[in-house]
Design a protein around this ligand. Structure first.
Ligand code: 3HC
Length: 677
């Protein structure tokens, strides 16, 4: 060991049992010095004649939570992980893993080379590599089928969801549950009891179970895995375990792992892993910023948004007072919340008594004054500056000092809304995405005068209710909807020039989006933002709206729909487009799929560059997080700004210039330097 090697692994002795302890905060990841420490300490324990059994455990919050992801893609340092694991597995003395917290990825693979595993009941065990576009690359795909069988191994590796300790014990992954507060001692006792049995190397055990599950998983998850490489590679490795000797299976796994590791999908997914965590950090916030206490929340508006927003808080046990103007609307809103919870309970997500508890902390009222004791008030009425300012003016007189006043606006100027109050420091935007109880994104809009502690509190409460919160600056549409705009504008122009809604949508779906711009418009409502004058027809959209083609809700929009909402291409829409084209004197031409990409996706990157230059997003990766969690951008493409790097910023600039776009200076800079964001 060189002098500068951090000491992250130590050894203690308890009589004839050596205890090797990993201590590498925050999650005991397998950084190079941990691998070195494992090697050194296991070698020492094996060489020590007084040691008859070895326990591996971790200090801190968790057992090893995986390989150190920040080392991926960098030159290798320290001992090879597989070599260290093989050495542990080959130990002539029984080795016991003592698991608490989360044994994930390389952490579980380390536990799998230990001969026995004990865990506390609160522990979780899993191989989430697939969520990083990877597979367990240190024998996990070969050892798991030997311990839990092919079915469980295929499911665990391809879906990546961790198992609670009790379930892991049922599967044989955990040999014994330890006391929640006595893991260290229980593991030593267990190891001592195993001295007589001796080692039990996993590699020597036989694979068992039915390989048919692999095809079943592929069928069941075809939609979820569309476009992804990693789930299939995980399954291929488990399948290989059923027919290859252990070492050959290991070599196959290695080859597949390296392919994924150096591919763009995993790079994108790893980028998003860190981007999501980075998004929670607020630039320029004073270090000593104290969060405000949020014990009670007020929501104004019991419509789809207000109801969905309320559900987030109720689920976390935070009481909500919900306000409407009319009794009927209030009853309807509360009824929808109850219905949604009942439906979740029927699927087993909640117990009926939990639904009662959540409904029990919801207070419906017609009186705005009832918000006086709320710590956070979220206004979720329709998008009208006058209405919003009126509400914020009233809140100014009602809300207690220090209450955060938030608007769930998706476009409007939060600074202007704040002028309706005498406390602009308490005002900010909390832009939820529909359905608000499901979608993970929350844009927290920082006004010019928003106080740092109000902002930090909104971000923290966002995390508490399970959202990925991103700070956005005040501008039309903030981050997400602002970038949607140029995409929509170009999509409409493409229709005029010869593309069909189905062609544009197909290109977006093939790219990996859940739906294309016209499918999205039909789902959201073609009439959103329409001027409502059927005689004023200035665009294709006006023409659709004038004919009542408002989208899925009317069974007609850019597509025709049957009663089950199955879409088909619309002859009437084609006719309307044709009429507009003729009127404008535009000649119809063949539009290639590549042109659709260049004109609908590249302008989003351009807009993203402007957003960054104007400081409306803190960092490029925040924009990526917005698009992944708010709009379903395929995570294997890492968000629009990361994707720009994969695609080549120089290629993007050249295409934008060819199509006559004004290119953002920052994007040009990146193109000249041939870098991404
Ligand atoms: N490598 C490097 N850093 C990691 C890490 C890892 N495996 N896991 C977490 N971190 C970092 C996070 O980036 C974060 O850093 P920050 O404080 O600077 O932002 C910090 O640790 C704390 O992480 P979280 O905020 O996520 O903490 P939580 O307590 O909410 O969650 C966790 C803990 C469940 C362990 C979660 O961090 C997690 O899921 N980590 C990833 C686990 C994983 O994917 N493991 C597999 C890795 S790949 C692998 O092992 C390949 C192998 O097969 C060869």
């Amino acid at each position: 060991m060189s002098d500068e090697t951090p000491v992250s692994v130590t050894m203690q002795k308890d009589g004839d049992v050596a205890v090797v302890i990993v201590n590498n905060p925050p999650v005991n990841a397998l950084s190079w010095h941990v691998r070195q420490g494992l090697k050194d300490n296991f070698e020492a324990a094996l060489a020590d004649g007084g040691v008859k059994a070895i326990v591996l455990r971790c200090d801190g919050a968790t057992f090893i939570a995986g390989a150190d992801i920040s080392e991926f893609g960098k030159p290798p340092r320290g001992p090879d992980f597989n070599a260290v694991l093989n050495m542990i597995e080959a130990s002539s003395k029984p080795v016991v893993a003592a698991i608490h917290g989360t044994a994930l990825g390389g952490g579980l693979e380390t536990a799998l080379v230990c001969h026995y595993r004990v865990a506390v009941p609160s522990a979780k065990l899993g191989v989430p590599e697939v969520k990083l576009g990877l597979l367990p690359g240190a024998g996990g795909t070969q050892r798991l089928p030997r311990v839990v069988g092919v079915e469980a191994a295929a499911t665990m590796t391809s879906l990546g969801d961790p198992l609670p300790a009790a379930k892991a014990k049922d599967l044989g992954l955990v040999d014994e549950l330890a006391g929640e507060d006595s893991l260290a001692a229980d593991a030593i006792a267990y190891a001592r009891a195993k001295i007589a049995d001796g080692p039990r190397p996993t590699r020597n055990r036989a694979v068992f179970g039915d390989v048919a599950v692999i095809e079943q998983l592929k069928t069941a998850n075809a939609k979820r895995w569309r476009g992804f490489e990693a789930p299939y590679a995980n399954l291929a490795c488990v399948e290989a375990a059923t027919r290859l000797p252990f070492d050959e299976g290991l070599a196959f796994e290695r080859e597949q792992f390296m392919k994924l590791m150096f591919g763009s999908q995993s790079a994108a997914q790893r980028h998003i892993f860190f981007a999501e965590r980075q998004a929670a950090k607020i630039d320029g916030l004073p270090k000593n910023t104290q969060l405000r206490d949020i014990r009670k929340v007020g929501v104004i508006g019991a419509g789809t948004m207000g109801g969905g927003i309320s559900m987030n808080f109720l689920q976390k046990g935070i009481p909500v007072t919900i306000v409407e103007m009319q009794q009927e609307a209030l009853d309807r809103g509360v009824g929808v919340i109850r219905k949604n919870y009942d439906a979740s309970a029927a699927k087993g997500r909640f117990k009926p008594e939990q639904v009662d508890q959540m409904m029990g902390i919801l207070t419906p009222t017609l009186n705005l004054d009832d918000l006086a004791d709320c710590d956070l008030i979220i206004e979720a009425v329709y998008e009208d500056m006058g209405v919003k300012k009126d509400i914020f003016g009233k809140l100014d007189t009602i809300a207690k000092p220090g209450a955060i006043l938030a608007s769930n606006t998706s476009y409007l100027d939060v600074d202007e809304i704040a002028t309706a109050t005498s406390r602009p420091g308490d005002v900010l935007g909390m832009h939820f995405f529909s359905p608000a109880n499901v979608m993970k994104l929350l844009e927290v809009v920082r006004g010019d005068k928003t106080a740092p502690d109000a902002l930090a509190t909104a971000m923290a409460i966002g995390k508490k209710i399970g959202k990925v919160a991103v700070v956005a600056g005040v501008c039309d549409g903030f981050i997400g909807n602002r970038m949607l705009k140029p995409r929509q504008v170009e999509a409409m122009k493409l229709l005029m020039e010869g593309a069909t809604p189905a062609q544009v949508d197909k290109v977006h779906v093939e790219f990996g989006m859940p739906m294309g711009p016209f499918q999205m418009s039909d789902l959201a409502g073609v009439d959103i933002g329409w001027h409502r004058d059927p005689n004023r027809i200035e665009s294709i959209r006006d023409a659709l709206c004038a004919e009542g083609r408002w989208g899925q809700k009317k069974q007609a929009g850019f597509y025709d729909y049957d009663e089950k909402r199955n879409p088909s291409e619309s002859a009437r829409v084609a006719e309307l487009i044709e009429q507009f084209r003729a009127k404008a004197g535009v000649e119809k031409r063949e539009i290639t799929d590549q042109e659709i990409i260049e004109r609908t996706l590249y302008p989003m990157v351009n807009e993203g560059a402007l957003i960054l230059t104007e400081g409306k997003a803190q960092r490029a990766s925040d924009i990526d997080v917005v698009w992944i969690y708010g709009y379903g951008w395929p995570v294997y493409r890492g968000g629009p700004m990361f994707w720009a790097g994969l695609e080549g910023t120089d290629k993007i600039v050249a295409a934008l210039e060819k199509h006559g776009f004004e290119v953002a200076p920052l994007l040009k800079e990146k193109a000249e330097a041939k870098t991404g964001f």
